[in-house]
Design a protein around this ligand. Structure first.
Ligand code: BT5
Length: 241
């Protein structure tokens, strides 16, 4: 696969026509020798990973499957996932998609449907494997909550999409890993969860309902139930009022 635009952005880019999961593949590479920003990219994943043991569909040629090695340690690892979502939103902006929104904590939606999902995995040495899936073409028909670039009228080559995401990731993660207040505020405005009535399912299986009021300085979601409850991990559904 020729990826000239992306090769100019990532210091090392490893391409697979097919792999089980780009996150798993990056984890198998020795992290001692990996450069910050090494990328693994695949045309197809047979075992794409979502959060909490869920799967991510990425059949041949239908999506971009990218994992990036971020050398830590990070002062605020909880922000990495959120900032990656911001990078994807900004990359979509480069491709002419102006209405992408971030659903806390890891989805990028267009027209209420998921175009991208993010899975960041903190490693024991403080580095992070950051996985990004972005749909280029329509996914399997049972995924009615999914959309793709083609479905929203954007025809872009994988190389162009990958380079746009890589560029935005570098802009965000290049300097001091401390997350500036400016970026946190910008995230807050890009996060469509804020101001919504939501139902949150917590990792233990319990649920709560309330108004999503803000992202706190650690990247956690604050829900007014009406007492404020702070969530570091959850699945969130936006409820129609
Ligand atoms: C995610 O999990 O959204 C994280 C997805 C991360 C995928 C990337 S691809 C590159 C890297 N390598 C990997 O192995 N993974 C990362 P979660 O929030 O748990 O959402 C998973 C749910 O999204 C599934 O249960 C489906 O409902 C839905 N889903 C699965 N495939 C999808 C797709 N292609 N488009 C939209 N939604 C999808």
């Amino acid at each position: 696969m020729q990826l000239p635009l992306s090769q100019a952005v990532f210091p090392r880019l490893i391409w697979f026509d097919q792999v089980d999961s780009t996150n798993l593949e990056l984890a198998r590479l020795s992290t001692d020798s990996l450069d910050h920003f090494t990328a693994v990219v695949a045309g197809q994943q047979t075992l794409g990973q979502g959060r909490l043991g869920r799967s991510w569909q990425s059949p041949e040629g239908s999506s971009l499957s990218l994992s990036v090695f971020l050398r830590g340690p990070f002062k605020e690892p909880g922000w990495v996932n959120l900032l990656a979502a911001l990078a994807v939103k900004r990359a979509l902006g480069q491709l002419g998609v102006s209405d992408a929104g971030i659903k806390w904590p890891n989805d990028v939606l267009v027209g209420g449907k998921k175009i991208s999902g993010i899975l960041s995995q903190l490693q024991s040495d403080g580095s992070i494997i950051l996985g990004i899936g972005l749909n280029l073409k329509q996914q399997q028909s049972e995924l009615i909550t999914a959309t793709s670039l083609l479905e929203i009228g954007v025809s872009a080559e994988l190389d162009q999409v990958l380079a746009a995401i890589g560029y935005e990731l570098r802009e965000i993660f290049a300097g001091d890993p401390e997350v500036s207040e400016e970026i946190k505020n910008y995230f807050q405005s890009a996060c469509i969860t804020i101001g919504q009535q939501v139902r949150a399912e917590l990792p233990g299986g319990s649920e709560l309902l309330g108004l999503a009021s803000e992202i706190d300085s650690s990247g956690q979601l604050v829900i007014l139930t009406p007492e404020p409850v702070t969530l570091s991990a959850a699945d969130v559904w936006h409820l129609r009022s």
